[in-house]
Design a protein around this ligand. Sequence first.
Ligand code: URA
Length: 433
Amino acid sequence: MRMVDIIQKKRDGYSLTTEEINYMISGFTSDAIPDYQMSAFLMAVYFKGMDIQETTELTMAMVNSGEVMDLSGINGIKVDKHSTGGVGDKTSLIVGPLVAASGVPVAKMSGRGLGHTGGTIDKLEAIAGFHVELSQPQFVEQVNKHKIAIVSQTGNLTPADKKLYALRDVTATVNSIPLIASSVMSKKIASGADAIVLDVKVGSGAFMKTHAEARELAKIMVQIGKGLNKKTVAIITDMNQPLGYEVGNANEVKEAIEVLSGKGEAGLVQVCLTIAAYMTIAGGIYADFNQAYLAMSGILQNGEALGKFKEFIKTQGGRVVVVEHPDLLPQAKNHVELKAELAGYLQSMAAESVGTAAMLLGAGRQTKDEPIDYAAGITLKKKVGDEVQKGDVLAVLHSNRDINLEICQILRNALVIGPDKPEILPVIYDVIE
Ligand code: URA
């Protein structure tokens, strides 16, 4: 078999066989196939696509490129969740303890942020002492005992995806539905959960900019999951503006604590309750969505979810006092208020630009190994549809670096004020089962 023939076949729009896909992924993982050939292949997929069978085979080839977690030692149906990436997306910090408090085991592997999107692991590390690495036996033991563990993906899980993703990032081939679907699903399958709830983001801050694309991605991922005997549900949620009011790390933990205390922004709460409800249904605790949603809302209001969050932070070594006193989380030295230059309504908020501004403040990485400033980020004071008076504070920027005009300008350009009240977009668009 030769890689050049596989590239040509895909370039001409034909479907690849299982043997061809396995040959290519194992060759690429072992460095036998060079980046330039894989780059050409990725671009061919970008234009010609892959059918569901090829996408499933690609998923499995990436799963088999490394270790697969064995979670059989955990009692009950293990449910995982995954977001396709957003700005201000702190849902895992809320949904994890919420679902665990209901009795469903949450054995979750999460990633770090890259580019304009944040990552759960970076947010958790904003809590002093919190450790994100557990051995497999520790992980299993913790989930059995406390019903929740969230750890960083180990280096041996889906190494093919790691290498491919890095190449896609620099060859303009991230935004391909079969490549995203196989990348996400390979990690979820290798993580060993029995059931998966996917949060597919759509809008200006998401990889999927249109509803048609988001639905297609959701359908393919659900099909892959079901084909591999995993209960899989995808919820399509809005990412035309950041989720909630905080974008960063420590400030997102603070907002998550607010929601876990029964407060918080309505849209963020709704997304969390919806994801949690589907996770508990997949976990076999509830049969019906309304019943599950109400139960999750009750657990949020009665303090059980916050109690589980404290237990989870303590178990993984974090400084649990921050839950009662969030002001003890890292605080930035510098703060700049961005004020409205005219009156009207906030028409739109380019989520990707807000994410980019937060990253430039130090909340994210521009390169893989750049350290994070956990105190850096943005607090939004207005959301789309809010009335604004001239001089009102629209957002506050936080950083330990100098907050320069360029960053303020990126944020200002992202927040568009106009005379008419805009249509308010829903936060949940669709559920694909
Ligand atoms: N998230 C992933 O894990 N992979 C992608 O390709 C895109 C988003």
